[in-house]
Design a protein around this ligand. Structure first.
Ligand code: MG
Length: 270
């Protein structure tokens, strides 16, 4: 069964997700060549705690950091360490917050300095696929409709859709039912109802769709070591029309997953 959340629960989920969004927009502005990714993680942790939250990734199945920072060939679950960001890399940041027992979860990819046209295309298409998935997340549709909307955008550009990781329900646990693949499967999945809270998170590779999990047991890198991008929002299904984006960016100048906001925010990508 997929949980239907009360107004009170949705308010708590919104608060958790708004902390996530604030952290992500702050870190996005820090990304430039020469930055150590562990420093981004430390800033995220202190922002989350100042907001009265708990970094939900920290200690999750033993994960050693507050954020996942996945650079270029790393798809997701990168462990922030002494790696220094270089020009022409994609830096993907995933943040999770537990606020009073309710979870926020969102992610975005940001270009480091000038990135080449293929990386721009990858990021643009991944962000656009998230937008398409959000638009399909309406009461009466099924999970299948979200998967199909995301897949269509990615396949039109001949990019690799990661299959080993999928979107998910989120609420009083970090990962709940249902699973939301970024590709069509034989299952139609449950029907969407008002009050369902789900995290959509397409992960897209410039090359092959296969990923390797590295020796640390976490880092998922593309099998061909070509770059990857990742955008995620947590949303709540409405009785009618498109969902509310709980992790909507508080920065009115750019909102990822809306009109390619993450792509257009950098003048080097205009
Ligand atoms: Mg997630």
């Amino acid at each position: 069964m997929v949980a239907l959340r009360s107004q009170r629960e949705i308010d708590l989920l919104r608060t958790a997700n708004q902390t996530v969004a604030k952290v992500l927009t702050t870190l996005a502005d820090r990304i430039k060549p020469g930055v150590k990714i562990i420093d981004l993680d430390r800033e995220a942790e202190s922002m989350i705690r100042e907001a009265g939250g708990i970094p939900s990734f920290l200690g999750y199945h033993g994960f050693p950091a507050s954020t996942c920072i996945s650079v270029d060939e790393v798809v997701i679950h990168g462990i922030p360490d002494d790696r220094v960001l270089q020009e022409n890399e994609i830096c993907s940041i995933d943040v999770g917050v537990n606020y009073k027992g309710y979870y926020g979860d969102a992610a975005l990819s940001i270009p480091c300095g000038e990135v080449d046209s293929e990386r721009k295309r990858l990021m643009r298409v991944t962000e656009r696929s998230l937008s398409a998935g959000i638009d399909a997340a309406r009461a009466g549709n099924r999970i299948h409709d979200i998967s199909a909307a995301i897949e269509k955008v990615i396949l039109a550009d001949n990019l690799g859709i990661v299959r080993d990781f999928v979107g998910h329900g989120v609420g009083s646990e970090m990962h709940e039912e249902p699973q939301i693949p970024n590709y069509v499967t034989s299952s139609k999945g449950p029907r969407l109802k008002a009050g369902m809270v789900i995290a959509l998170e397409p992960m897209v590779n410039l090359g092959v769709e296969e990923v390797d999990v590295l020796e640390d047991g976490w880092t998922a890198a593309t099998a061909d070591r070509k770059p990857s991008a990742h955008f995620e929002h947590s949303i709540v299904i409405q009785p009618e029309g498109p969902p509310e984006i709980l992790s909507k960016s508080p920065n009115a100048n750019w909102r990822w997953g809306e009109k390619e906001g993450a792509i257009l925010r950098g003048e080097h990508l205009s």
